[in-house]
Design a protein around this ligand. Structure first.
Ligand code: FA5
Length: 348
């Protein structure tokens, strides 16, 4: 007669052998199912004991229970070991080496317009001008009225305007300043001559863009008022400025121009850096690029400021920083400056 104990010890042996080969939790569960589950091998044997005579049933029953406990304990141990391995693998994979050098950060630099603005301000500071600033949102009064540009004046077309709040009354309408000239009035309101200031800032115009025109641009206003200032002082100051920024070899030309707040008025042009005076797309086929408007402060404005017009005269100018940056760096289109293309900006 075959003893039931043989299969039991065989089951124990094969169970322990297989358990040793289990390498993950799903294999482990399959193992538990196969031996200790309701239909597992050991469970089936235990059920079969019921048919045996009492004596045999007692001794085999005790043996089978011992094996069951042993397999259950081995199962728990193996489960704990697999869990430990899993945690070790995860933490190993996620371990940080804090001594590794970080990835290099790209290095930033000043925007070309900021660089040119700083150079221009420095050139004027070295000539005795002081830097002051004014608001970008301006009253119609300072931007136009006080500069002798009344509501129906044709000169308003020169500064196509972005209005914020158009009331039709010069003192109450607000706009984005179209030039830095309103600062002439603001400064004269609270300063006594002698005055020598430059005022940098963004200006806005509601106009179509092209290679030399943007709807937002940076101007620097200059204002000098003192005893006996003449046109020669204005030309001398601007020629010296052009020499410091562009070098000796560039050609400079003064030409008559009209601005309601100066008399006489003029513009300063530099020979086109692309065609050197021949005429091309960038300079609008003229051979020249205008960089600033200027003139002698209108006597009416001097008088409105409360200064003695028989004693004081002055000059003013307004220059475009983007135009100067174009000329200095040989850029053929002003719109590159604000397109935010790093391939362009990283060249400066
Ligand atoms: C003015 O804005 C006058 N306020 C200048 C002035 C000041 C004259 C003091 C007399 C006394 P104008 O519109 O020409 O003038 O502009 C002056 C300069 O700003 C131009 O020479 C040019 O360099 C620059 N500029 C004007 N419009 C634009 C634009 N749309 N895009 C880029 N630069 C511009």
């Amino acid at each position: 007669m075959t003893s039931v104990s043989d299969p039991i010890s065989e089951i124990e042996e094969s169970a322990m052998r297989e358990l040793g080969r289990v390498s993950d939790s799903s294999q482990l569960e399959a193992w538990r199912h196969g031996y200790l589950g309701r239909k597992g091998k050991l469970t089936r044997v235990l059920r079969g004991l019921a048919d045996l005579p009492l004596e045999e049933r007692r001794s085999l029953g005790a043996e089978a229970n011992r094996i069951k406990l042993r397999l259950q304990a081995a199962y728990q141990e193996q489960r704990a070991r697999l869990e430990q391995d899993r945690v070790a693998k995860v933490t190993e994979g996620e371990r940080l080496d804090v001594t590794l050098p970080g990835p290099p950060l790209p290095r930033g630099s000043l925007h070309p317009i900021t660089q040119t603005l700083r150079d221009v301000l420095e050139a004027f500071e070295n000539m005795g001008f002081q830097v002051v600033e004014g608001p970008e949102i301006e009253w119609d009064y300072y931007n136009f009225e006080a500069l002798r540009i009344p509501a129906d004046h044709p000169a308003r077309d020169m500064w196509d305007t972005l209005w914020i709040d158009h009331e039709g009354d010069g003192r109450r309408s607000m706009l984005l300043r179209t030039h830095t000239s309103p600062n002439q009035i603001r400064i004269m309101e609270h300063t006594q001559p002698p005055i020598r200031v430059v005022v940098p800032g963004k200006c806005y115009r509601f106009e179509a863009t092209d290679p030399t025109h943007e709807w937002m641009m940076t101007q620097v206003e200059g204002l000098a008022i003192d005893d006996g200032i003449s046109m020669a002082d204005l030309k001398g100051t601007l020629t010296e400025f052009a020499r410091r920024i562009f070098g000796e070899e560039r050609s400079v030309a003064f030409r008559c121009d009209y601005f309601p707040f100066v008399e006489p008025g003029m513009e300063l042009r530099i020979d086109c850096f692309i065609c050197r005076g021949e005429g091309c797309r960038t300079c609008g086929r003229t051979g020249w690029i205008e960089i600033l408007g200027a003139g002698m402060v209108h006597p009416e404005i001097i008088a409105n400021a409360g200064y003695d017009p028989d004693r004081y005269t002055g000059f003013a100018f307004g220059l475009g920083i983007e135009r100067i940056a174009l000329l200095r760096h040989g850029v053929d289109d002003i719109r590159h400056f604000y397109a935010n293309d790093l391939r362009f900006l990283q060249q400066f």
